[in-house]
Ligand binder design. Sequence first.
Ligand code: HEC
Length: 278
Amino acid sequence: MNQKLSSLFVLGAIALGSQAALAAPDWSKVPTKNIPVIHPGVSPLEWVQSRDHSGASGLKKGETCAGCHYDGGKLDIDLKRLAGKEMEPKGAPKTMNFPVGVQAAYDATNLYVRLTFKAPAGGFDKSDKDNEVKATVMFPNDKVPLAEQAGCWGACHKDARTMPGADDKKTKYATPGAMDLMQWKSGGGGKAVDGTVTDKRNMEGGKAGVTAEGAKSGDTYTVTFTRKLAGGVNLAAGKAVPFGVAIHADNAGGRFHHVSFNHTIGLGVDGDVKAAKQ
Ligand code: HEC
């Protein structure tokens, strides 16, 4: 092969390769796992690790939120208590829990995550005027407190904004660890956030190259995220990676979201959600 021809060949191979990496998974072939999200009231990390929570000693022994509250695929938590004045001093949404369908797929470069859900009306807090809905997925690294046991709770603190009495400038934090935060916001035709949670929440500057697309059809939202496996929290094939999901429905802001417990995406291995290899 002469020089020109071989460089053309290389260019062609690169074009083909990147096209394959960008090819969206055929979601009709990927199984859906329904996981519950709940309005968590005021139950920050400090509370779940305190004497006020009967699960605290189990957490110390390595048990997980989902292990106690979502065993055998059934939600087992006192939603009435979570909606009551003791744990929700401001006001609870009418719908305390709903399922989110989660699908995942991966190739050599990317992880693809697709969420399908009906965002309930009847919210209490409608402080995000710009976005009717936000869908967020977070991946903790192994330095986040209770990274594998508590999902997003590792970043949820009692002194973060919208918590009772907290400073409105203080955001969630995951010290001494870090989480990748990917979000889709419905406002302005839809926007993706590639962020992180370190000693504060950063809504840009993530290293996972996140893109997101969302659409509403009837009353169902479908949000598809693409992120790099490497970059940010490293999500290598052969691992079950912990993640958490949060949905801000009905223009909710701050802590007034519905959140999942700890779950895993298995990349070529078992997990709560099994990522299909592309
Ligand atoms: C060892 C089992 C166990 C683990 C692990 C556990 N919990 Fe609990 N949790 C309980 C029990 C039992 C209650 C019942 C009420 C109580 O605290 O007295 C409870 C209560 C709660 C409540 C208040 C609503 C209710 O049902 O009373 C919330 C919120 C909660 N847990 C969240 C969590 C989160 C978040 C995690 C993980 C960080 C977690 N729990 C881990 C056992 C557990």
